[in-house]
Write a protein that binds this ligand. Structure first.
Ligand SMILES: Cc1cc2nc3c(=O)[nH]c(=O)nc-3n(C[C@H](O)[C@H](O)[C@H](O)COP(=O)(O)OP(=O)(O)OC[C@H]3O[C@@H](n4cnc5c(N)ncnc54)[C@H](O)[C@@H]3O)c2cc1C
Length: 417
């Protein structure tokens, strides 16, 4: 089978790249063996939340210019100038707006095209974290202080993925007055599997919630766990005359499942080919170019061929990278890796500090082309969390790195052809 582009991995980065290419009319296939880390998605999109010293970033586009030159954003700036980051973010913002039933918002700030100032998302543990975009129904604030604000936090007792005490405590620490109310779940089975947020979303709790909210006094916003489907949420908000705001649950999240579904349906609606349950295994490489990829469903014949290949197979958690006894490896192509040689140095004994291995990843040049034994592979690009030196946990830039590197590579392929 021959495509213009074969994308390996159906996470945020792979799907973003594939959609951008399909929108431009390319024949694109995506290898999608599983859901990857998308079910962990909080619903918000981080671009750059902290600088290298750990200070909160208010204006991510300005701070990106000061990042270490090895960071993927810095590679974009080096080849295309600082304004390219803004252009890619604009492209990402448009794509997110097409995906979500509820459009991205500026929290309590009026919606505007491609925001340039960070907002603060509320985590299920009650922390306020800087982020770039949050869908309109999810809780986000324009500043980290909630002094003088009042909230009702409503929760369902059997549902354990919403740690209400931590959440209420976090809001109080930020200066808010908080009342906690228990709600009743309208389901018959309360087994563990039924009590995961995406499973509850299928049980449609909206009507029962609306009835219970009738008994709540006052007009202050009610924060509830995100256990509703996005259509149900939109309907509820239309019918309510007080503000209902959802807070992400611990993973797996509704936002993650919905994002995964929306990405896949947008891609297939554009004529893209999703190779579900199919995993890349190895490749034929000739003259520094990938000629074909072998996958779990295309082993000996009908190999997957394309003009360009994009590896978006994620980090250690989804086997995009592997920690072997003696080295860190990328298992499909055995690409060159940026990692410390000594396995003793991959982790530190202080479990609360950032672990060195989180910064390991595939080495790329300024165009995100990969290499093997020091030789550039001309038609294989890497995007997303498989890249080295993203520092994405410390800098809170995970979704930004995934989407912006994916779009940079997609644009680069389109510019070449
Ligand atoms: C521990 C952890 C915590 C996270 N916390 C958050 C959070 O708080 N908020 C948030 O928004 N996001 C969170 N994420 C999600 C993640 O950081 C983002 O989705 C990120 O943008 C990564 O996207 P990606 O496409 O690079 O990788 P992934 O989303 O990991 O996608 C990689 C895909 O490649 C596939 N793959 C792997 N090997 C192969 C192969 N051989 N062939 C074909 N496909 C392959 C995987 O199955 C997977 O679907 C978390 C992730 C992890 C691991």
């Amino acid at each position: 089978m021959r495509y213009d582009v074969l994308v390996i991995g159906a996470g945020l980065s792979g799907m973003t790249c594939a959609i951008a290419l399909a929108q431009a009319g390319k024949r694109v296939a995506v290898l999608a063996p599983g859901s990857g880390t998308l079910p962990m998605h909080s619903g918000s999109f981080d671009l750059l939340g902290y600088d290298s010293e750990g200070n909160v970033v208010e204006r991510p586009f300005e701070a990106i210019g000061k990042l270490d030159p090895s960071h993927p954003y810095a590679k974009v700036v080096a080849t295309h100038g600082a304004q390219r980051i803004g252009q890619l973010a604009e492209q990402a913002y448009e794509m997110i707006s097409q995906l979500a039933v509820a459009p991205p918002s500026r929290g309590e700030v009026a919606a505007q095209p491609c925001p340039v100032v960070n907002q603060y998302r509320l985590t299920p543990m009650g922390a306020l974290k800087p982020t770039w975009l949050t869908p309109v129904h999810l809780t986000a604030f324009s500043k980290p202080s909630l002094a003088g604000r009042q909230f009702v936090v409503a929760y369902y007792k059997p549902f354990l993925d919403f740690p209400v005490e931590f959440l209420a405590e976090g809001l109080r620490k930020a200066g808010a007055e908080v009342h906690v109310k228990e709600l009743e779940l309208n389901i018959t089975s309360v087994g563990k599997a039924a009590l995961k947020a995406p499973a509850l979303a299928r049980q449609k709790q909206g009507e029962a919630l609306l009835k219970q909210l009738d008994g709540f006094e006052g007009q202050c916003p009610v924060l509830v766990p995100h256990i509703f489907g996005d259509i149900e949420l939109t309907e509820m908000n239309e019918r309510l005359d007080r503000r209902l705001s959802v807070v992400p649950t611990l993973p797996p999240t509704c936002a993650g499942h919905e994002l995964s579904d929306h990405l896949r349906s947008l891609f297939t609606s554009l004529g893209g080919t999703l190779l579900e349950g199919d995993r890349a295994m190895s490749a034929i490489i000739e003259n520094d170019r990938i000629v074909a990829v072998k996958s779990s469903k295309h082993v000996t014949h009908d190999l997957l061929q394309a003009d360009h290949y994009v590896i978006a197979s994620g980090s250690f958690g989804v086997k995009g990278l592997e920690a072997r006894y003696d080295r860190v490896a990328e298992p499909i192509f055995d690409l060159d890796i940026d990692a410390l040689d000594d396995p003793q140095q991959w982790t530190t004994s202080d479990v609360l500090s950032l672990q060195p291995y989180t910064n390991f990843g595939v080495r790329t040049d300024e165009r995100f082309r990969t290499s093997k034994h020091g030789r550039t592979i001309e038609n294989l690009y890497a995007v997303g969390s498989i890249l080295s030196n993203t520092n994405s946990i410390k800098l809170a830039c995970r979704q930004g790195v995934s989407m912006l590197t994916a779009l940079q590579v997609a644009n680069g392929i389109l510019e070449q052809d």
